[in-house]
Design a protein around this ligand. Structure first.
Ligand code: ASP
Length: 310
């Protein structure tokens, strides 16, 4: 019997039960559940892992609680710029968009870049024009607005500091990005990631999420990975591809390779955050070196989990 599974995340960081109300926790879990189900039902009906990760990430982008699509954080100039990418482990094809504004579902645009352009990555105005030319939904600034993110930015406006999502005090960090990885009935794997980035970032700043090999990677021979965390160290460590390399060249399992990268290599360069992964045999993992990570998984062997804290 063929095995299929999907794993999702909604960001990692200092997520403490003490800073959470029961209502908010329920809302986060519902958001995760909805996204998980959007991807899983496609896999169940014979859909591809690529379609499943796109559907799950679009669902998370539409949920205002997560820092991606609607509810993205604000940049220094008060704009909301988003990054996203997607990769097909079967074909090795990838698509990405960086610093895009007003695009309702940046992951859908990344998918369209992969399928309908000769390029891997488009940014800014060029990406926006490409979206319009391909009938991708756009929205006015109000659609992306959330009072919570706005207040977060107002507290930092004028300073040179940037903050990861939900970071209010130096020791209260939470990263916000969403992502999904999946394996389908045919044993094909895929990964997708989408984010609003960091509060008060320089507009034009691009994090790891749209960078193939850093925030997202998929290769049927090894693994599909989606990362969340402080983008700059994740870019420097070529994080997602490093997991794949440890599997391909050192023969490590998915879990072992992710463990080395998350709990050793990233920590040495202050790379706080986490990642989710899957391989073609249906193994899955969700690892983080921060206090928590919004996460969930569902597999055809009956496994199902939604969790926030350690
Ligand atoms: N990695 C994202 C970025 O640096 C942020 C995050 O994952 O929370 O843009």
């Amino acid at each position: 019997m063929s095995v299929y599974a999907i794993v999702i995340h909604g960001g990692a960081g200092t997520i403490r039960p003490s800073a959470m109300t029961p209502e908010l926790e329920t809302a986060y879990k519902e958001g995760l559940q909805e996204a998980l189900q959007a991807g899983y039902s496609l896999l169940e009906n014979g859909g591809s892992s690529l379609e499943a990760v796109k559907a799950a990430v679009m669902s998370l982008e539409d949920c205002v609680l997560f820092n991606a699509g609607r509810g993205s954080v604000f940049a220094k100039d008060g704009s909301q710029e988003m990054d996203a990418s997607i990769m097909d482990g079967n074909t090795g094809m990838a698509g990405a968009v960086a610093a895009v504004r007003n695009v309702r579902n940046p992951v859908e645009l990344a998918y369209t870049v992969m399928l309908k352009s000769q390029h891997v990555m488009l940014n800014g105005k060029g990406a926006y024009d490409f979206a319009l030319a391909h009938g991708i939904k756009t929205e006015p600034a109000e659609y992306f607005y959330s009072p919570y993110r706005y207040k977060q930015w107002k507290r930092m406006q004028g300073s040179e500091d940037t903050a990861l999502d939900h970071q209010e005090f130096p020791d209260d960090k939470k990263f916000g990005t969403v992502g999904a990885v999946a394996v389908d009935r045919l044993g094909n794997i895929a990964a997708a990631t989408s984010t609003g980035g960091m509060t008060n970032k320089q507009w034009g700043r691009v994090g790891d999420s749209p960078i193939i090999g850093a925030g997202t990677y998929a290769n049927n021979k090894t693994c599909a990975i989606s990362c969340t965390g402080h983008g700059e160290p994740f870019i420097r460590a070529v994080t997602a591809y490093d997991v794949s390399c440890l599997m391909e060249y050192k023969g490590l399992s998915l879990q072992e390779a992710m463990h080395v990268v998350v709990h050793d290599k990233l920590l040495r360069i202050d790379g706080e955050g986490g990642m989710i992964g899957v391989d073609a045999k249906g193994n899955t993992a969700m690892l983080f070196n921060s206090e928590g990570m919004y996460r969930g998984m569902k597999g055809s062997k009956g496994q199902e989990e939604i969790a926030i804290y350690k």
